[in-house]
Design a protein around this ligand. Structure first.
Ligand SMILES: *Cc1c(COP(=O)(O)O)cnc(C)c1O
Length: 379
């Protein structure tokens, strides 16, 4: 099935009781049983809900995976993956990743005896060198938030597969429209559904996709035992969002490319972080594993002044100053004080995230209007 058809039809069938073409919002906590233990596959809504089931089918289909699971947020999905581990286990992860993932790893799970080893995953040999007998998971994010670093997913899978080390990819920035890590050898894909899959800045949700039935069983057990499940209304909103993922992503990519090139040619702009530039260190891998470069980019001003960056951040009119990303509307963000403030400053600086870095989530408005807005804000 071709991409566009898949996004429109993923997971959904006419409702069996009425024929409703859209999956109803099954706003219920429990289900009446015909006799004790005799039911239609639905017992209690923490374990199963038909709206969520339809969405979980859709998650699987869009990543070309066998199974999908929905969680109440992206970090709840990540949390479920780490709960597969036991004290003494080690996780190798990127030194440049979403601040909330870093916070979950260091502030919540380290005290349970799980060790996190941070390396520059863009160089796969750094991962190879960090593997020990205790390594149970490699956690990748590509492109990374906010520096747009690219890691070769297939090369990492070639390393982890023979050693039976799980490999998970946070695919939030790329979406399955641009990159499908399971096809490249990943065991697990995680999404902050809050971002592009939802697509309209109106829902918090996370997902996991996988091929292995054993992995699905273990993660389903964690999902129902720990209870971080999304409500049916949120599942409905995401089912609706996914129907236009391909249309939105094409527009995000087109606007992202226009703005990246425009910024790069601006006399006041220093470095622009966008994997579509041929001199981006990850360009070759990005063109190999991604269909296009997405709508996320970051930049610094030529004079690297924090005061100037703050002035630009407060001067845009269309780009709203807000955390989050992936909605139809454009957002501007200051990672050091907003999305990545939970990472200690010296760690941020060491990993190349400067105090003057500005991140854009380029929406699908008219590109000329977005450029006009940036022009007046940069001055
Ligand atoms: C937002 C985000 C998360 C966390 O997801 P929530 O839905 O906010 O819990 C994880 N990874 C990336 C790359 C993100 O942008």
């Amino acid at each position: 099935m071709k991409e566009a058809t898949k996004y429109i039809h993923a997971g959904t069938e006419p409702d069996p009781s009425t024929g409703a073409i859209m999956t109803p919002i099954y706003q219920t906590s429990t289900y009446v049983q015909q006799a004790p233990g005799k039911h239609k596959g639905y017992e209690y809504a923490r374990s199963q809900n038909p709206t969520r089931t339809a969405l979980e089918r859709a998650f699987a289909e869009i990543e070309n995976a066998a199974y999908g699971l929905a969680f109440s947020s992206g970090v709840a999905a990540t949390d479920a993956v780490i709960k597969l581990l036991a004290p003494g286990d080690e996780v190798i992860c990127a030194n440049d990743m979403y601040g909330g993932t870093y916070r979950l790893f260091t502030k919540v799970f380290e005290k349970f005896g799980i060790r996190f080893i941070y390396v520059d995953t863009t160089n796969v040999s750094n991962i190879a060198n960090a593997i020990t007998a205790n390594t149970k998971l490699v956690w990748l994010e590509t492109p990374t938030n906010p520096l747009m670093n690219i890691t070769d997913i297939a090369a990492v899978a070639a390393l982890t597969r023979p050693k039976n080390i799980l490999m998970a990819v946070d695919n939030t920035f790329a979406t399955p429209f641009l990159q499908r890590p399971i096809e490249l050898g990943a065991d697990l894909v995680m999404h902050s559904v809050t971002k592009y899959l939802g697509g309209h800045s109106d829902v918090i949700q996370g997902s996991l996709m996988m091929n292995s039935p054993e992995l699905r069983e273990k993660l389903y057990f964690i999902q129902k035992s720990c209870g971080a499940v999304p409500g049916p209304m949120d599942c409905f909103l995401v089912l609706r969002g996914i129907k236009t993922l391909h249309v939105r992503m094409k527009a995000h990519c087109e606007n992202g490319a226009k703005i990246a090139h425009w910024l790069r040619n601006h006399s006041k702009i220093g470095k622009v972080y966008w994997p579509g530039f041929e001199d981006h260190p990850g360009y070759r891998i990005a063109t190999k594993q991604m269909a296009d470069f997405g709508g996320m980019l970051s930049f610094v001003l030529k004079n690297d002044s924090v005061e100037e960056a703050m002035r630009v951040l407060s001067s845009t009119k269309l780009f709203a100053l807000a955390e989050s990303l992936g909605g139809v509307e454009s957002l501007i963000n200051h990672p050091a004080s907003m999305t990545h403030a939970s990472i200690p400053r010296e760690e941020r600086i060491k990993n190349g995230l400067s105090d003057s870095l500005i991140r854009l989530s380029v929406g699908i408005e008219d590109a000329d209007d977005l450029i006009d807005d940036l022009r007046q804000a940069i001055g």
